[in-house]
Design a binder for this molecule. Sequence first.
Ligand code: MN
Length: 220
Amino acid sequence: MIKRPAVPSPRKARLREYQSKRDFQNTPEPSGDPSAGPRSKSKLLYVIQKHQASHLHYDFRLEWCGVLVSWAVPKGPSLDPSVKRLAVQVEDHPLEYGDFEGVIPQGEYGGGTVLLWDRGTWTPEVPDVDAALQKGELKFSLSGQKLSGSWVLIRTKRNGAGRPQWLLIKHRDQFASTKDIEAEMPRSVTSAKLLAEIAREHHGDVARAAKGDPVGSRAR
Ligand code: MN
Protein backbone atom coordinates (compact mmCIF):
# COMPACT_ATOMS: atom_id res chain seq x y z
CA MET A 1 0.00 0.00 0.00
CA ILE A 2 1.29 3.41 -0.88
CA LYS A 3 1.59 5.66 2.10
CA ARG A 4 0.46 9.14 1.20
CA PRO A 5 2.03 12.02 3.01
CA ALA A 6 -0.46 14.03 4.97
CA VAL A 7 -1.28 17.38 3.42
CA PRO A 8 1.04 19.70 5.31
CA SER A 9 -0.51 22.53 7.23
CA PRO A 10 0.95 25.90 6.22
CA ARG A 11 2.69 26.12 9.59
CA LYS A 12 4.21 22.67 9.19
CA ALA A 13 5.40 23.44 5.67
CA ARG A 14 6.81 26.77 6.72
CA LEU A 15 8.83 25.19 9.55
CA ARG A 16 10.39 22.47 7.37
CA GLU A 17 13.62 24.40 6.76
CA TYR A 18 13.87 25.36 10.45
CA GLN A 19 13.49 21.73 11.52
CA SER A 20 15.79 20.30 8.86
CA LYS A 21 18.68 22.47 10.08
CA ARG A 22 18.50 21.39 13.71
CA ASP A 23 18.96 18.22 15.76
CA PHE A 24 16.55 18.59 18.65
CA GLN A 25 18.39 15.86 20.60
CA ASN A 26 21.33 18.26 20.80
CA THR A 27 19.89 21.78 20.89
CA PRO A 28 17.59 23.22 23.55
CA GLU A 29 15.72 25.25 20.89
CA PRO A 30 11.99 24.48 20.46
CA SER A 31 11.20 21.84 17.83
CA GLY A 32 8.12 23.61 16.48
CA ASP A 33 5.96 20.57 17.21
CA PRO A 34 2.79 21.09 15.12
CA SER A 35 0.65 19.91 18.03
CA ALA A 36 1.75 23.02 19.92
CA GLY A 37 -0.35 24.97 17.44
CA PRO A 38 -0.45 28.71 16.98
CA ARG A 39 -1.37 30.88 19.91
CA SER A 40 -4.91 32.13 19.94
CA LYS A 41 -4.08 35.69 20.84
CA SER A 42 -5.46 38.68 19.02
CA LYS A 43 -2.12 40.53 19.11
CA LEU A 44 0.84 39.56 16.96
CA LEU A 45 4.13 38.72 18.70
CA TYR A 46 7.28 40.67 17.97
CA VAL A 47 10.67 39.58 19.28
CA ILE A 48 14.36 40.37 18.82
CA GLN A 49 16.99 37.87 19.98
CA LYS A 50 20.59 38.97 20.27
CA HIS A 51 22.61 36.01 19.03
CA GLN A 52 26.35 35.61 19.50
CA ALA A 53 26.98 32.87 16.92
CA SER A 54 29.89 32.78 14.45
CA HIS A 55 29.00 36.46 14.01
CA LEU A 56 27.03 38.64 16.39
CA HIS A 57 23.60 39.58 15.03
CA TYR A 58 20.09 40.45 16.13
CA ASP A 59 17.28 38.12 14.99
CA PHE A 60 14.22 40.22 14.25
CA ARG A 61 10.99 38.21 14.23
CA LEU A 62 7.37 39.03 13.46
CA GLU A 63 4.49 36.62 14.03
CA TRP A 64 2.57 35.91 10.87
CA CYS A 65 0.42 32.92 9.84
CA GLY A 66 1.35 30.92 12.94
CA VAL A 67 5.13 31.28 12.57
CA LEU A 68 7.79 33.90 13.24
CA VAL A 69 8.93 35.44 9.95
CA SER A 70 12.61 36.15 10.66
CA TRP A 71 15.47 38.40 9.61
CA ALA A 72 19.09 38.44 10.83
CA VAL A 73 20.17 42.04 11.41
CA PRO A 74 23.97 42.13 11.83
CA LYS A 75 24.10 45.55 13.52
CA GLY A 76 20.68 45.47 15.15
CA PRO A 77 17.95 48.08 14.69
CA SER A 78 18.72 51.80 14.70
CA LEU A 79 16.38 54.41 16.19
CA ASP A 80 17.81 56.95 13.75
CA PRO A 81 15.62 57.26 10.62
CA SER A 82 18.66 58.22 8.54
CA VAL A 83 20.30 54.84 9.27
CA LYS A 84 19.33 51.79 7.19
CA ARG A 85 20.17 48.46 8.75
CA LEU A 86 20.73 45.35 6.62
CA ALA A 87 18.26 42.57 7.47
CA VAL A 88 18.81 39.20 5.78
CA GLN A 89 15.65 37.11 5.70
CA VAL A 90 16.16 33.65 7.18
CA GLU A 91 13.91 30.64 7.68
CA ASP A 92 10.59 31.02 9.51
CA HIS A 93 10.82 30.01 13.17
CA PRO A 94 8.15 28.44 15.42
CA LEU A 95 6.19 30.83 17.63
CA GLU A 96 7.59 29.12 20.73
CA TYR A 97 11.00 30.45 19.70
CA GLY A 98 9.85 33.77 21.11
CA ASP A 99 10.47 32.35 24.60
CA PHE A 100 13.94 30.99 23.89
CA GLU A 101 16.98 32.29 25.69
CA GLY A 102 20.01 30.13 26.36
CA VAL A 103 22.92 28.39 24.69
CA ILE A 104 22.91 26.46 21.41
CA PRO A 105 25.79 23.96 21.66
CA GLN A 106 28.89 24.51 19.51
CA GLY A 107 28.74 22.41 16.36
CA GLU A 108 24.96 22.77 16.16
CA TYR A 109 23.31 25.15 13.69
CA GLY A 110 23.61 28.68 15.10
CA GLY A 111 25.83 27.48 17.96
CA GLY A 112 26.30 30.25 20.54
CA THR A 113 24.41 32.31 23.10
CA VAL A 114 20.90 33.74 22.60
CA LEU A 115 19.54 36.68 24.64
CA LEU A 116 15.93 37.90 24.50
CA TRP A 117 16.75 41.50 23.64
CA ASP A 118 13.23 42.84 23.07
CA ARG A 119 9.70 41.49 22.96
CA GLY A 120 6.19 42.83 22.56
CA THR A 121 3.60 43.07 19.84
CA TRP A 122 3.47 44.46 16.31
CA THR A 123 0.74 45.97 14.20
CA PRO A 124 0.79 46.02 10.39
CA GLU A 125 0.48 49.48 8.83
CA VAL A 126 -0.58 47.93 5.54
CA PRO A 127 -3.96 46.41 4.64
CA ASP A 128 -2.47 43.13 3.33
CA VAL A 129 0.67 41.73 5.02
CA ASP A 130 1.12 38.85 2.56
CA ALA A 131 0.98 41.27 -0.36
CA ALA A 132 3.42 43.60 1.40
CA LEU A 133 5.90 40.76 2.06
CA GLN A 134 5.53 39.67 -1.56
CA LYS A 135 6.07 43.18 -2.83
CA GLY A 136 9.00 43.74 -0.47
CA GLU A 137 7.78 46.73 1.50
CA LEU A 138 6.24 46.10 4.91
CA LYS A 139 5.28 49.03 7.13
CA PHE A 140 4.46 48.28 10.75
CA SER A 141 4.54 49.61 14.26
CA LEU A 142 6.23 47.97 17.23
CA SER A 143 5.17 47.98 20.83
CA GLY A 144 8.12 46.42 22.64
CA GLN A 145 10.05 47.14 25.82
CA LYS A 146 12.90 48.78 23.90
CA LEU A 147 11.53 49.53 20.43
CA SER A 148 8.33 51.42 19.69
CA GLY A 149 6.68 53.35 16.93
CA SER A 150 6.68 53.06 13.19
CA TRP A 151 9.21 51.08 11.10
CA VAL A 152 9.60 49.74 7.57
CA LEU A 153 11.29 46.72 6.01
CA ILE A 154 12.24 47.16 2.35
CA ARG A 155 13.56 44.30 0.24
CA THR A 156 16.50 45.20 -1.98
CA LYS A 157 18.01 42.04 -3.53
CA ARG A 158 19.10 38.50 -2.82
CA ASN A 159 22.52 37.84 -1.32
CA GLY A 160 25.03 35.27 -2.63
CA ALA A 161 23.28 32.49 -0.71
CA GLY A 162 19.94 33.37 -2.34
CA ARG A 163 18.59 34.90 0.84
CA PRO A 164 16.43 38.01 0.35
CA GLN A 165 18.08 41.13 1.72
CA TRP A 166 15.97 43.83 3.28
CA LEU A 167 16.65 47.14 4.99
CA LEU A 168 15.15 47.85 8.40
CA ILE A 169 14.48 51.56 8.84
CA LYS A 170 12.88 53.62 11.60
CA HIS A 171 10.21 56.04 10.48
CA ARG A 172 10.23 59.59 11.82
CA ASP A 173 8.00 59.79 14.88
CA GLN A 174 8.32 60.59 18.58
CA PHE A 175 10.28 57.36 19.15
CA ALA A 176 13.01 58.22 16.65
CA SER A 177 16.34 59.24 18.18
CA THR A 178 20.09 59.07 17.75
CA LYS A 179 20.55 57.07 20.93
CA ASP A 180 22.62 53.87 20.53
CA ILE A 181 20.01 51.48 21.90
CA GLU A 182 22.23 48.36 21.51
CA ALA A 183 25.00 49.94 23.62
CA GLU A 184 22.69 51.53 26.17
CA MET A 185 20.25 48.66 26.71
CA PRO A 186 22.18 45.40 26.24
CA ARG A 187 20.33 43.29 28.82
CA SER A 188 17.66 40.64 28.31
CA VAL A 189 14.07 41.87 28.71
CA THR A 190 13.12 38.63 30.48
CA SER A 191 16.14 37.73 32.65
CA ALA A 192 17.94 41.13 32.79
CA LYS A 193 21.14 39.20 31.95
CA LEU A 194 24.00 40.00 29.58
CA LEU A 195 25.21 37.44 27.02
CA ALA A 196 28.12 36.42 29.27
CA GLU A 197 25.74 35.82 32.18
CA ILE A 198 23.43 33.65 30.04
CA ALA A 199 26.44 31.67 28.77
CA ARG A 200 27.64 31.10 32.34
CA GLU A 201 24.21 29.96 33.53
CA HIS A 202 23.78 27.55 30.61
CA HIS A 203 27.39 26.25 30.60
CA GLY A 204 28.27 27.95 27.33
CA ASP A 205 31.44 29.71 26.24
CA VAL A 206 31.46 32.75 28.57
CA ALA A 207 34.49 34.47 27.02
CA ARG A 208 33.05 34.19 23.52
CA ALA A 209 29.59 35.37 24.63
CA ALA A 210 31.16 38.34 26.43
CA LYS A 211 32.50 39.61 23.08
CA GLY A 212 28.90 40.43 22.17
CA ASP A 213 28.30 42.48 25.32
CA PRO A 214 29.06 46.21 25.04
CA VAL A 215 32.51 47.28 26.17
CA GLY A 216 32.20 48.53 29.74
CA SER A 217 29.08 46.50 30.55
CA ARG A 218 29.69 44.49 33.68
CA ALA A 219 28.56 40.93 34.19
CA ARG A 220 26.81 40.53 37.54
MN1 MN B 1 20.47 33.89 14.71
